[in-house]
Design a protein. Structure first.
Length: 141
């Protein structure tokens, strides 16, 4: 995640990524608390996790390691992220057109069936022309 400074800043890690599905993790850190009285994690951490997980799912599905851009990201918060626990995201790229990829995701802590938040997203493919734009991942055919 060193290539994505915001994701690196929150310690985001990819647990698995294959065929358009990805699982990522942000480890608990007291600096992510948005409300010191309750210990609830700031929503921006959840947003960053879901946006990046969805982008990785697109790369995993398409094999394009170049530029993509988030066109739309809708997040529905279901409950606060509990203090002291890691946050995970599962994202699935379920449809790819010539120019757009569609993704759905869920952020959770201990139980994926008890989400912190869910999301749907659309990503533009080929958002950069010229050198470095949507290059196949190394080793991809």
């Amino acid at each position: 995640m060193s290539g994505v400074p915001h994701a690196a800043a929150i310690g985001m890690r990819v647990i698995s990524a294959d065929g358009g599905q990805v699982v990522c993790k942000v480890p608990h850190d007291p600096k992510f608390v948005g409300n010191p009285e309750t210990g609830v994690v700031h929503g921006g951490v959840v947003t960053t996790l879901l946006d990046n997980a969805c982008g990785i799912a697109v790369t995993s599905k398409t094999g394009l390691a170049g530029q993509i851009a988030t066109l739309d990201l809708r997040i529905d918060y279901m409950r606060p992220a509990a203090a002291g626990a890691d946050i995970f995201a599962h994202a699935e790229c379920f449809k790819v057109t010539r120019t757009i990829a569609f993704v759905r995701g869920v952020a959770f802590q201990s139980d994926r069936d008890d989400p912190v938040a869910t999301c749907t997203a659309a990503f533009m493919l080929g958002s950069k022309s010229g050198e470095g734009a949507n290059l196949p991942k190394s080793g991809a055919a």
